[in-house]
Design a protein around this ligand. Structure first.
Ligand code: SF4
Length: 323
């Protein structure tokens, strides 16, 4: 079995809160892995810790505890040379293609910037043309000498992806890659990321609040709530039969494409609690429509509910084995 390109084990990230003694447990013990050629969507509401997790993988946030390994390089103990290799191996797809592209640069300069930063100065134009073509901007000769303001939002996001591809990464981290784009071009960008995983074997970690949009383009889903993964599994299985009440609630508000199917949305009461004041027991219990007596006292751990699925809910606690 080949080693995952990304492994996160028992990651904790804490920050100081607004009050002097407050500790914000932004990420509270998550573990996950991503294989070559796989798209994993990390899904949850704003503030659940998904972007903090991505920042830790990118080396932008220091974990309080835990272990992150990218292509076999331990991010915590990597020396400068290893960290440089890891930084080239993983590339970020930013959320906003309107802000992330320098309006004064040509598309060629933007796409080749990662190569220049990493000291790879040879054949820049050819490599830019290849990257643009891989990102679906064809023929690439039509785009390479333009500037960002001459492109649509979808084309700009493809330029962002081309810049990431220019250095031939093994891991793409895409943080809400389509949330700033027109609905009509979202599917094309998500399809491109899935194709890059399938055709080039790149692993894609997709960070999103929008379970419905990413579902068709992910191989696996991990649902986060208040710093923890509460459910994970193959996308089709999770969508067809969500186990955790939070996942069920997220899916219940997704419109069904079949107008004859009537779904009853589960409206969650209240806002997500503050990560500096995590509820006792199951952290979801104040909002959970299925909560029962022990939920306010017992903190459920993530358990295997089948060969490839996990869930952190007391409803499954007695029938499962530790994940
Ligand atoms: Fe709901 Fe209880 Fe399961 Fe938590 S443990 S998700 S409160 S049923």
């Amino acid at each position: 079995m080949t080693e995952p390109i990304l492994t996160i084990r028992d990651l904790h990230i804490e920050f100081r809160g607004k009050q002097r003694h407050d500790v914000v447990r932004a990420v509270d013990g998550i573990s996950l892995h991503l294989d070559r050629g796989e798209v994993l969507s990390l899904v949850g509401e704003s503030g659940c810790g998904k972007t903090t997790t991505a920042n830790a993988v990118l080396g932008l946030t220091t974990p309080t505890e835990g272990h992150i390994s990218v292509a076999g390089i331990d991010i915590a103990t990597a020396d400068r040379k290893q960290m440089k290799a890891a930084r080239a191996y993983m590339q970020m797809i930013a959320q906003d293609p309107y802000e992330s592209l320098n309006p004064r640069m040509t598309i060629e300069d933007i796409v080749t910037e990662p190569l220049v930063v990493h000291g790879q100065q040879d054949d820049l134009r050819e490599r830019a043309l290849r990257a643009l073509a891989s990102a679906g901007l064809t023929p690439p000769e039509e785009f390479i000498d333009r500037r960002p303001h001459e492109l649509s939002g979808g084309q700009r996001q493809r330029v962002v992806i081309a810049a990431a591809l220019s250095i031939e990464p093994g891991l793409l981290i895409a943080d809400e890659p389509v949330s700033m784009l027109d609905v009509s071009v979202r599917a094309g960008i998500l399809n491109l990321l899935k194709q890059l995983a399938d055709d080039k074997g790149i692993g894609v970690l997709m960070i999103t609040h929008d379970l419905a949009t990413v579902a068709a383009y992910s191989d696996r889903i991990a649902v986060m709530y208040l710093g923890r993964i509460v459910e994970s599994g193959p996308t089709l299985d999770v969508i067809a039969s969500p186990e955790h009440p939070y996942t069920r609630a997220l899916l219940s508000v997704v419109p069904n494409h079949d107008p004859t199917v009537k779904t009853q949305p589960t409206l969650l009461v209240g806002e997500t609690p503050d990560a500096s004041n995590i509820p006792s027991g199951c952290r979801f219990h104040p909002r959970c429509p299925a909560a029962f007596e022990p939920c306010s006292q017992i903190d459920p751990v993530l358990l295997a509910t089948s060969d490839d699925r996990t869930c952190a809910c007391l409803l499954y606690a007695e029938v499962s084995s530790p994940a």
